[in-house]
Design a protein around this ligand. Structure first.
Ligand code: ZN
Ligand code: ZN
Length: 298
């Protein structure tokens, strides 16, 4: 069966005069075309990931670029057997991604951002340069997959980066720092923030891990594990060059990329658990959660 759906990932930092009315337009466009997913609109731009039938996503791409009045926005496209989202959410926010800086310090990537590196350039510097590779995502994302040797801050939210960097990473101000994230949107601000903080040489992976994985020269080289994505797939393959699984089943310690949430709802921690251990022990992060759950529903 040919795959008849597309999953789109896209963003653009661009002036949107009236975010509320732009959001209504997006909502209408998605509903008319049975598009599902998450879209954030702000004065500073648009950030979205959606799924739909190919004819529908074609219409969505065309109309959205028309409404934005630009063709600068790139859509990263994956094929799929069906929707990757259960519903549609279109929200207006103060920023499309936020480091929660005070209003004077908010980074505008159109004014300040790190040098953009194509996948080949990123790989070449990673392999040959005196660089620090820096993961701009959350810990639960880098736990599933990351570039070899990357610094992966133990943060649970993007807004925790400024404090973590000030406390733990200031020693690297004189080094060349290469940042990466899923699709590139977070790095636009993160690299701008690093420059603001006095880091001398900052570059970012243009288009993020997703673009890097699709590049025919890099083929995802040196990315270990899978890339965490915010849809029903949870993880996507990146590396067809020198792949390696880095996560292990929480019970049996065997390599596993099966990423699930602990079935004890108040916990809901993300855990790696293999098929057979889930069958045997249930989908719990540990004894305590299993006990709590069985107590409630004997
Ligand atoms: Zn197991
Ligand atoms: Zn748990």
């Amino acid at each position: 069966m040919p795959k008849e759906f597309e999953i789109l990932l896209y963003y653009l930092y661009v002036d949107i005069q009236d975010p509320e009315s732009f959001a209504s337009g997006q909502r209408r466009l998605c509903e008319e075309n049975e598009i599902k997913g998450r879209i954030i609109i702000s004065h500073e731009g648009i950030n979205g990931t959606v799924s739909g039938r190919k004819e529908a996503t074609a219409e969505y791409k065309k109309q959205t670029l028309e409404d934005l009045g630009t063709d600068r926005m790139q859509f990263k496209v994956d094929l799929s057997d069906g929707h990757a989202f259960k519903k549609l959410s279109v929200k207006v926010r103060p920023e499309i991604v936020s480091l929660h800086l005070d209003s004077q310090s908010v980074i505008n990537p159109n004014n300040q951002t790190g040098e953009r590196l194509a996948p080949e350039e990123f790989l070449s510097e990673m392999e040959n340069g005196d660089v620090i590779v820096f993961d701009g995502r959350n810990k639960y994302e880098s736990d599933l997959g990351k570039f070899k040797g990357a610094v992966c801050p133990p943060v649970n939210n993007f807004r925790e980066f400024p404090e973590w960097i000030r406390e733990n990473f200031s020693h690297a101000k004189g080094k060349r720092v290469l940042t990466y994230c899923t699709g590139g949107i977070r790095c636009e601000k993160l690299s701008g923030f690093l420059l603001d903080e006095g880091f001398k040489s900052v570059a970012q992976l243009d288009g993020g891990i997703i673009n890097y994985s699709k590049n025919s020269n890099t083929k995802g080289k040196n990315f270990d594990g899978e890339c965490y994505v915010f849809d029903q797939r949870v993880g996507v393959e990146v590396n067809s060059n020198n792949p390696k699984v880095i996560s292990k089943c929480i019970h049996c310690d065997q390599p596993s990329q099966r990423y699930r949430n602990c079935a004890w709802k108040p916990c809901n921690d993300q855990i790696f658990i293999c098929d057979s251990c889930e069958e045997e022990f249930g989908k719990f992060c540990g004894e305590e959660c299993r006990a709590s759950c069985t107590k409630l529903s004997p």
